[in-house]
Design a protein around this ligand. Structure first.
Ligand code: CDV
Length: 311
């Protein structure tokens, strides 16, 4: 029997430094309304969806850094999004920079149900980049400076009838991210991303950024028998270009829908959660086929070490 999960991914074009939260929320509202018109019941917004991708900037003035962070959610600026989503009966994922009352800073995403309640929170675990200033680089990637490592792990929430997991951007490059959620019977994993087109660490051919992005989504969706909804913030933010490629990927590993622009764009697919059951019951029947006694190195070692035959 089919279990429909009408899913929209709301890709955002650039948000420039000068853009206000209010102007961004107006764009989110427009995408939400379009999602409703197309029958979506869940919308995925990007990572750090309320501001420009500020980790590209070296900043030393704390007040300048703080202006990118949210101290409450909903905030006054995002309240209209919560209100409109509740009125229309649509759940959503939203990424933002979180500043806690204790002064901790996280790259965070929340899961909001169709009644407008925050039912889940994820704090990014795999922070990419560096914590030092690299004056010779064309731009910075200072997530390791501006954020703490997420302290709540990878969870799955049953929300409005679907098992939904969350992660953020660089997390999608790690099989552990998806397997931990697959082991909690995730049926959908949603994520936002800001992926610069250029790698500041080595002269990576730019086409590889898109190739790896899709390759990883497709592989992790299939090997965990789940749907993936991935929303980009993309295009050139004040001249700094990021890839698009927002996508909805099926448990078969096939791309069901994908963006075609580098601007605000809604991607929609009427997902059937039951499609994952076939894979969960057969090739990826974890209970039947997994052999954790042979996977110990995955949790015992962090970095690659000597072959075990040397020990
Ligand atoms: N925001 C990110 O996490 N970006 C990384 C880049 C730095 C590679 C990504 O995985 O897309």
């Amino acid at each position: 029997m089919k279990r429909p999960f009408p899913l929209a991914v709301a890709q955002l074009g650039p948000i420039h430094l000068a853009d206000t939260r209010e102007s961004v929320v107006r764009r989110l509202l427009e995408l939400l309304r379009e999602a409703d018109g197309r029958g979506a019941k869940f919308v995925v917004f990007p990572e750090l969806a309320l501001t420009t991708f500020f980790p590209r900037y070296w900043m030393t003035d704390q007040a300048e850094i703080d202006r990118f962070f949210e101290t409450s959610m909903p905030s006054p600026a995002t309240q209209p999004l919560f209100d409109e989503a509740r009125r229309r009966g649509i759940g959503f994922y939203l990424g933002f920079a979180e500043l806690t009352p204790a002064g901790e800073r996280y790259n965070t995403a929340i899961l909001v149900n169709r009644a407008g309640a925050i039912v889940g929170r994820y704090r990014k675990v795999h922070l990419p980049g560096h914590a030092d200033h690299k004056p010779k680089a064309p731009f910075q990637h200072l997530e390791k400076l501006y954020f703490n490592v997420g302290n709540e792990g990878f969870k799955v929430w049953n929300s409005d009838g679907a098992n939904i997991g969350m992660c953020i951007c660089n997390d999608r490059r790690w099989p552990e991210t998806f397997r931990v959620m697959g082991l909690q019977s995730a049926e959908v994993v949603v994520l936002g991303y800001n992926t610069p087109s250029h790698n500041i660490h080595w002269p990576e051919p730019p086409h590889l950024r898109m190739f790896h992005h899709l390759l990883l989504l497709q592989a992790h969706a299939h090997e965990n028998a789940l749907w993936v909804g991935a929303a980009a913030k993309c295009g050139a933010e004040d001249g700094f270009h990021m890839i698009a490629g927002s996508a909805i990927v099926a448990p078969s590993g096939e791309i069901a829908a994908q963006s075609v622009t580098e601007d605000d764009e809604l991607v929609f697919f009427n997902c059937d959660l039951a499609l994952g059951d076939t894979f969960r019951e057969h090739v990826f029947n974890f209970a039947k086929h997994r052999r954790p006694e042979h996977y110990r190195l995955i949790v015992d070692r962090v970095g690659a070490g000597r072959p075990v035959t040397d020990e």
